[in-house]
Design a protein around this ligand. Structure first.
Ligand SMILES: Cc1cc2nc3c(=O)[nH]c(=O)nc-3n(C[C@H](O)[C@H](O)[C@H](O)COP(=O)(O)O)c2cc1C
Length: 185
C-alpha cells in the first residue's frame, strides 16, 4: 500500500484547492491512499514560539509528512507566487533545521493547484520548486496539473464536475504513485 499525504494550501471554507484535494482522494490508483491534511491552526512562524514548544498543529502535520510515502501540495496562487500561509506551514515543518532531513530529505513531493485565473497556478507551482529543492525533497516533474478558471470546474458543493480535469487528475496521481514506487526508491 502506498500512502500519500495531501496538503491544501488554502484556509478558505469553499477553497477550490481543498476541493481538488478531496477529488484526488477518490481518484487514486489501486493499492494507494491519499490522506488529507490541513494547515489550519498553524501560527505565524516565530522563533520565540518555537523555543517555548512546537504548536500541536505543527507537530501533527510534521508527523503526518514523516509517515507518508509521498506528499502532494495543492497550492493556490497569490500574486503570481505561492501563498504566504502555505509557505509558513512548510517553514514550521523545516524547524528545527536538524529535522529537515528526516521530514523532507529524499521524500517524493508533487504539486498541483487550482486558481480563479487563466493560468491555473503555473507561477505558484514554479515558485515552490526552489523551496522543495532547498529542503532536499524529490520533487516529481513527470506530470503537471494546473486547473484554471476553477469556478467552472467545481459545483457549488465543491465536487469536481469537469470530466476532463478529473481524468487529468487521475493520470497525474497514477504517475506520482508510480514515481513513489519506483525501483530503488
Ligand atoms: C491575495 C490574493 C492574490 C491572488 N492572486 C492570484 C494570482 O496571481 N493568480 C490567480 O490566478 N489567482 C489569484 N488569486 C485568486 C485565487 O486564485 C482565488 O482566490 C482562489 O479561489 C484561491 O484558491 P482557494 O479557492 O483554494 O482558496 C488571488 C487571490 C488572493 C486572495
Amino acid at each position: 500500500m502506498t500512502k500519500l499525504l495531501g496538503i491544501s494550501g488554502s484556509l478558505r471554507r469553499g477553497s477550490y484547492n481543498s476541493a481538488l484535494l478531496r477529488a484526488a482522494t477518490r481518484l487514486m490508483p489501486p493499492d494507494s491512499t491519499l490522506a488529507v491534511a490541513s494547515i489550519r491552526g498553524i501560527p505565524l512562524y516565530d522563533y520565540d514560539i518555537e523555543v517555548q514548544g512546537f504548536p500541536a498543529a505543527v507537530t501533527q502535520l510534521k508527523d503526518a509528512v514523516v509517515a507518508a510515502d509521498g506528499v502532494l501540495l495543492v497550492t493556490p496562487e497569490y500574486n503570481n507566487s505561492l501563498p504566504g500561509v502555505f509557505k509558513n506551514a512548510i517553514d514550521w515543518l523545516a524547524r528545527p533545521s536538524a529535522d529537515i532531513k528526516r521530514v523532507f530529505g529524499g521524500r517524493p513531493f508533487a504539486i498541483i493547484g487550482a486558481s480563479a485565473g487563466a493560468f491555473g497556478t503555473i507561477l505558484s507551482q514554479t515558485a515552490w520548486l526552489p523551496v522543495l529543492r532547498t529542503l532536499g525533497t524529490q520533487a516529481w516533474s513527470g506530470g503537471r496539473l494546473m486547473v484554471p478558471r476553477a469556478a467552472n470546474v467545481f459545483d457549488e458543493s465543491g465536487a469536481l464536475k469537469d470530466a476532463a480535469v478529473a481524468e487529468q487528475l487521475r493520470q497525474f496521481l497514477a504517475g506520482f504513485v508510480s514515481f513513489v514506487r519506483r525501483p530503488g526508491a
